[in-house]
Design a binder for this molecule. Structure first.
Ligand code: SF4
Ligand code: SF4
Length: 305
């Protein structure tokens, strides 16, 4: 029934079972269980934008440093849409794993909260809206499935505090699904659009500098109150990034553009290109003249230049 799907958050060789909110799973994870920490010792955790906000704020560092120290990039699809995973050590263990458990537990990512279930965002053929289903992964090392505890997927999501993560990441998942489904018709995404996707989705502090830059202010008509909020509020900035991506990628206008700004920018670009071209011509002429003088000085003034 679906033409596009995004399996989140796990990449597992184990075939998952598809579930709905009311379906029950038999599972419990607790300290003292024989497999304690085994899932984190072989971690394959894909990160979504809100995960990164929570983690970088937990660690008290900016997003650029978080990405450099704690993440590795990968490509989400064949069009090169960039994704981010948690970095592991050489043995495959998550860098946040300790003997006592997860050192960032209160701000652990969506994938860790969901495990051993996961979110399955899908887009049915011909339908504009995405659908959310869930999956269950059973891996041999995980003994939580042998515990005597029945719980619905809905209650498990509440217990793990995952709802706020899904709510705040939902626009990001929708953009990926839409970009994947429109990709073949409009061609591969440009480098510029992939860079914007990466910065707005994952590197929110760099995105903030971009939004506060003079060239951005010249293009978009944003009030002082909005700017004030974007400067201080990571979540507002992340959501503004989703709006900007929808505007740039799909033409869904929600951020007011300044009248004539694109024409003015095109004119400025033309002027810059003209200036560069002129500078290149002058440099070429200067080199020719220098070579001619050198040839005269060495007595080979009839040499071909
Ligand atoms: S972030 Fe925490 S829960 Fe998730 S893999 Fe790392 S140690 Fe485990
Ligand atoms: S029960 Fe599963 S999720 Fe819990 S510690 Fe063991 S392997 Fe990890």
């Amino acid at each position: 029934m679906s033409d596009e799907k995004l399996d989140l958050p796990h990449n597992s060789p184990v075939q998952p079972t598809r579930l709905e909110l009311d379906d029950k799973i038999k599972f419990r994870c607790h300290r003292g269980i024989s497999c304690w920490n085994q899932c984190c010792a072989q971690a394959d955790v894909t990160l979504a934008p809100y995960d990164i906000l929570r983690l970088k704020n937990h660690l008290g560092i900016d997003s650029t440093r978080f990405l450099a120290e704690y993440s590795v990039p990968f490509e989400i699809d064949a069009h090169g849409i960039p994704g981010i995973k948690l970095r592991t050590d050489d043995s495959g263990a998550c860098l946040f794993m300790t003997e006592e458990g997860c050192s960032v537990y209160e701000d652990r990512p969506t994938a860790c909260r969901y495990y051993p279930s996961g979110l399955l965002a899908m887009r049915a053929l011909g339908k504009p809206e995405d659908e959310q289903h869930f999956l269950l992964i059973k891996e041999d090392h995980c003994k939580g499935h042998e515990e005597d505890n029945l719980i619905t997927i809905g209650d498990y999501r509440k217990e793990q505090g995952v709802e706020i993560y899904d709510e705040l990441n939902r626009d990001y998942y929708r953009i990926i699904l839409k970009k994947k489904s429109t990709g073949p018709t409009i061609g591969a995404p440009s480098d510029m659009s992939l860079q914007l996707f990466f910065m707005a989705s994952y590197d929110v502090d760099r995105f903030r500098r971009f939004v506060m830059s003079e060239s951005f202010i010249k293009m978009y008509d944003i009030t002082d109150e909005q700017y004030d909020k974007l400067e201080k509020d990571d979540i507002a900035l992340m959501q503004f990034g989703f709006d900007l991506m929808r505007q740039v990628f799909f033409g869904e206008i929600s951020i007011k553009e300044r009248e004539g700004a694109w024409d003015k920018r095109a004119d400025e670009r033309r002027e810059i290109l003209e200036f560069r071209k002129q500078a290149e011509i002058e440099e070429h002429l200067r080199k020719q003249e220098a070579a001619r003088k050198a040839a005269i000085d060495s007595g080979t003034d009839d040499a071909e230049i």
